[in-house]
Design a protein around this ligand. Structure first.
Ligand code: FAD
Ligand code: NAD
Length: 473
């Protein structure tokens, strides 16, 4: 068979690229090899099957359980003893996942995309080997190929995943009952989100992080505020502690880690390993494909996601840049438009990051440390949610919004939030930065009252010491 475009991988990078290519009038096939535990195939990649969507489903369920237990009384609501049914929570999560992965199959049909389930391998420019679910091998041809094969969890060499006591992030979405104690290795995004889920449901959670600085990639003030909130929730976060060994027994796992006091041990029932993800490129590239790959498996691409081979593109987690679903999707849109001969570009400076804990953490653009390092003079304005009527009414008045603007021309350079719905509020600031707005543009924009978004408005006012509902510095 021959196509205009073959996409290998149907995660948020690949399936979106396939849809946009089809919208551009191109004949498209998309090959994907994701298999569920029961061996069935499902489109949607890590994000829909074992990442963004199922984790958010469990974060929501566990947060509601926590609120029913610990916060309803503040509102004058008494419930008696609140109970939970973990299996029902997992069932709800699985139903959401199935709805969305089935949705991708329907979108393929509606857009006349050939969705192929099995393995794809780039042989050379224009030629893809396809091994179907029954093992039948064929060679498909296409003018352009998009590699969107994503990433997989890193395994620590001394701690192999066993699917029971030592699990990756997918396994951590499937515990059928609440473990008494969990050791999470890595206080990155996955460690914090999934650690929060099981802590809220009643597990004793210890997160062991090698770095001395908590959330070293985030704004320092945001990281400090978030750490304070997590400690209050009794998430035990050990910093500057590198895990170096694990002994698995019937009764649990004994982890060994080094911190500034020397070698320490921790005995837990389960271990979630969340030490990062690595690009999945090996099985998608034939020996003579010619595509350049770094020694860590990352496919090398230019600004427009072109690989070293003409007419072969790569997007998403398998290339440089943050491993985020929206970054993968936008690269997919850009590449599908470029293939169709359209003008397309991706603004890598304005990619939002969100951590869906409580409080939520979100940022876009540069933080203060980065601006100082780059020698850029800036103005900072902050507004605490404690002064937001809506946040108070929600009983979620911790955290703040901080906006950084260029001292010379007032252009917004970055925004850093920790607090309620930070992951939603950040979009206004992403849009502002995309339009190269100034702090004054946000100051002059009318925000509904009472809304959490007023905190964004007030932080923009604070940039020029004009906040109206808090005391300026
Ligand atoms: P993937 O989603 O990994 O999809 C790649 C697909 O290609 C897979 O289906 C794979 O099976 C298939 N494939 C690989 N090789 C081949 C081959 N040779 N032939 C055929 N098919 C192949 N990001 C966010 O932005 N927000 C979040 O809230 C978020 N939460 C997350 C939570 C967890 C627990 C995890 C693990 C990740 C989360 N992420 C989140 C990250 C997000 O899932 C990834 O950034 C995103 O899925 C990357 O998309 P992708 O299309 O590049 O790759
Ligand atoms: P991460 O890179 O965010 O964090 C991994 C952490 O593990 C690091 O802080 C690292 O210092 C630590 N670590 C590594 N080895 C260690 C050891 N031996 N002992 C102790 N600590 C150790 O990776 P992740 O949390 O696994 O997430 C992977 C990717 O998935 C991220 O790039 C993230 O962007 C993406 N993701 C995004 C979201 C979101 O957008 N909300 C949610 C989940 C995952």
């Amino acid at each position: 068979m021959s196509y205009d475009v073959i996409v290998i991988g149907a995660g948020p990078g690949g399936y979106i690229a396939a849809i946009r290519a089809s919208q551009n009038g191109l004949k498209v096939a998309c090959i994907d090899d994701w298999q569920n535990r029961d061996g069935s195939y499902a489109f949607g990649g890590t994000c829909l099957n074992a990442g963004c969507i199922p984790s958010k489903a469990l974060l929501e369920s566990s947060e509601l359980y926590h609120r029913a237990n610990d916060e309803f009384a503040i509102h004058g609501i008494s419930t008696g003893k609140v109970s939970m049914d973990v299996k029902a929570m997992l069932k709800r999560k699985d139903a959401i996942v199935n709805q969305f992965t089935g949705g991708v199959a329907s979108l393929f049909k509606a857009n006349k995309i050939e969705g192929l389930q099995g393995r794809g391998k780039l042989l050379k420019a224009g030629e893809v080997e396809y091994t179907d679910a029954q093992g039948k091998v064929s060679v498909l041809k296409a003018k352009d190929v998009i590699l969107a094969t994503g990433s997989e969890p890193i395994e620590l060499p001394f701690m192999k995943y066993d699917g029971d006591k030592i699990v990756d992030s997918w396994g951590a979405l499937e515990f059928e009952s609440v473990p008494k104690s969990i050791g999470v290795i890595g206080a990155g995004v996955i460690g914090l989100e999934l650690g929060s889920v099981w802590k809220r449901l009643g597990a004793e959670v210890t997160i062991i992080e090698a770095q001395n600085d908590f959330l070293f990639m985030a704004d320092k003030q945001v990281a400090k505020e978030a750490l304070r909130a997590f400690k209050k929730q009794k998430l035990d976060i050990k910093l500057g502690a590198k895990v170096s060994g694990a002994k698995v027994a019937k009764s649990g796992v004994t982890l060994t880690y080094e911190d500034k006091k020397g070698e320490q041990t921790l005995k837990v029932d389960k271990v979630i390993v969340a030490v990062g993800r690595k690009a999945s490129s090996v099985k998608a590239l034939g020996e003579n494909s010619g595509v350049k790959v770094s020694d860590r498996g990352v496919i090398e691409v230019d600004h427009d996601c072109r690989t070293s081979v003409p007419n072969v593109y790569a997007i998403g987690d398998v290339v440089r840049g943050p491993m985020l679903a929206h970054k993968a999707s936008e690269e997919g849109v850009m590449v599908a438009d470029l293939i169709a001969g359209k003008v397309a570009e991706m603004n890598y400076d304005v990619i939002p990051s969100v951590i869906y804990t409580a409080p939520e953490i979100a940022w876009v653009g540069k933080n203060e440390e980065e601006l100082k390092k780059a020698g850029i003079e800036y103005k900072a304005g902050s507004f605490p949610f404690a002064a937001s009527g809506r946040a108070k009414a929600m009983e979620q008045a911790g955290g703040f919004v901080k906006i950084l603007a260029d001292k010379k021309d007032d252009t917004i350079l970055g925004a850093h939030l920790v607090g309620p719905m930070a992951g939603e509020l950040i979009s206004e600031l992403v849009l502002a930065m995309e339009f190269m707005a100034s702090a004054e543009d946000i100051q002059r924009t009318i925000h509904a009252h009472p809304s959490l978004a007023e905190a964004v408005h007030e932080a923009a006012l604070a940039v020029d010491n004009k906040a109206l509902n808090s005391i300026n510095k």
